[in-house]
Design a protein around this ligand. Structure first.
Ligand code: ASP
Length: 433
């Protein structure tokens, strides 16, 4: 496997995992064998990625911000990043609404299927609604308040608090710019070295990626619901996948127009991160690999990746917002509701905000969908309709979430002269010397 390129190795791992699981489910003891003896390796792989997310953000962002040497550059980059993130999200929601209104997947759901789905998944839908209710109880400025941690160690000890860690790292980096060079230099050197170590750990973890995705996909296959349910929801799933594919075309076009990078170079550079996003369904778990690929394989300067990508992983979810728009209108169609133009425009706003608020973990988009449904007056019980196919669609939308972050970081880097020739580092570069 050594000479084969990483994305091929990962693809082979995924395929082998699926085939292995399909063979194992034929045996009585197969599914239990996979949950007891294969799935844990997938979990270990995801954990090892999550393990380095917080140190990576701290190390690279502190280094990245202090390298800027000038606070006005930071605010310039920050403004552009947030502006382009919001613009791509609005494009994604609009594409989603366009597709779902043309294809009308909800119209093909029969009364019997609807009742069956609602009954089967009522419990799961209620659990999601409860989670969403808790989030909704918060006041209007809660998100802003949550941005500032009262204790950095408490913030860094929870992977769900990425934005707080990002806030601290930027704040610390600004402090580092403002103190005299003499005192700043050893601190900067420490974080430079720290950051290099973390990047090396990512290389090492990626050596295990083909085996990790094998285990993840095998576990997913034995846990997935029956094929009949998938068929009933085929049109809906088709709409989501079609919308996501169109969004990918938008990214390729943006990268080509703004940075003159060919679509194939972008896809080749990003494919290991995209495949990992697909296998883990989490942009947060994929973040370390996304950062490494964008920096080393697409040539974006670390000053930009360290700032744009961690923020993107937490707030920029174009795939999620597109899916939320399609799911909301699909549920409305399935319940025989006709959504007015103003209700659909409202969906653009709420889906954009809901995707910003979604955590970068599996299934988070569905929790925030509750808010989109409530705002548009669509029955929340409709969540049960789409539950069966949510996981595979979550895998697909996470690929788009990650690709969107990479696209924006390239565009931002180009606009401030920080896009270079890619320089790939292998895990054993120094070791060999
Ligand atoms: N799983 C997605 C992500 O991590 C979020 C979601 O749409 O559920 O990017």
């Amino acid at each position: 496997m050594r000479k084969l390129e990483l994305h091929w190795q990962i693809l082979i791992g995924m395929l082998a995992g699926v085939l292995f699981a399909l063979a194992m489910v034929q045996l009585d003891w197969g599914p239990k064998f996979i949950s007891d003896w294969i799935k844990p390796f997938g979990n270990i792989f995801i954990n090892s990625l999550k393990l380095i997310a917080v140190p990576l953000i701290l190390g690279s962002l502190i280094k990245g911000v202090s390298d800027l040497k000038d606070i006005s550059k930071l605010s310039q980059m920050g403004g552009r990043t947030i502006g382009i993130y919001i613009a791509t999200t609005v494009i994604a929601v609009t594409i989603g609404l366009g597709v779902v209104n043309v294809v009308k997947p909800g119209a093909s759901i029969t009364e019997a299927t609807r009742t069956e789905l609602v009954e089967n998944y009522k419990g799961d839908a209620d659990a999601i609604k409860n989670k969403a209710d808790k989030q909704q109880e918060a006041g209007p400025l809660q998100a802003l308040e949550d941005l500032v941690p009262s204790n950095i160690f408490a913030a860094a000890s929870d992977n769900g608090n990425m934005l707080q860690v990002i806030f601290f790292a930027i704040f610390f980096g600004i402090g580092l710019i403002l103190i005299p060079e003499e005192q700043a230099s050893p601190v900067k050197k420490f974080f430079d070295g720290f950051n290099e170590v973390i990047l090396k750990l990512i290389d090492l973890i990626m050596l295990a990626a083909p085996y990790g995705v094998f285990a993840l996909l095998a576990a997913l296959i034995v846990e997935s619901p029956s094929l009949d349910l998938f068929k009933a929801l085929a049109w809906y799933a088709f709409c989501v996948v079609l919308g996501l594919s169109l969004m990918l075309c938008v990214y390729l076009l943006m990268v080509w127009v703004f940075t003159k990078t060919s679509p194939s170079a972008f896809m080749k550079g990003m494919s290991p991160a995209q495949l990992l996003a697909f296998s883990t369904s989490s942009s947060a778990a994929t973040l370390p690999v996304t950062m490494e690929r964008v920096e080393e394989h697409l040539g974006v300067d670390e000053e930009v990746t360290s700032f744009v990508l961690p923020i993107g992983a937490t707030i920029n979810m174009d795939g999620t917002s597109l899916y939320q728009a399609i799911a909301a209108v699909f549920i409305a169609q399935a319940f025989g509701m006709d959504l007015s133009l103003s209700a659909q425009l409202g969906i653009i706003v709420t889906a954009t905000l809901a995707s910003i608020g979604s955590a970068a973990v599996p299934g988070a988009g569905m929790v925030m969908l509750v808010i989109v449904l409530a705002q548009a007056g669509i029955p929340e019980a409709g969540l049960a309709l789409i539950f069966a196919v949510d996981r595979p669609l979550d895998m697909c939308r996470t690929v788009i979430n990650v690709s969107g972050d990479a696209t924006v970081s390239m565009v931002v880097a180009k606009s401030i002269g920080k896009l270079h020739e890619p320089k790939v580092k292998n895990w054993d570069d120094n070791y060999k010397k």
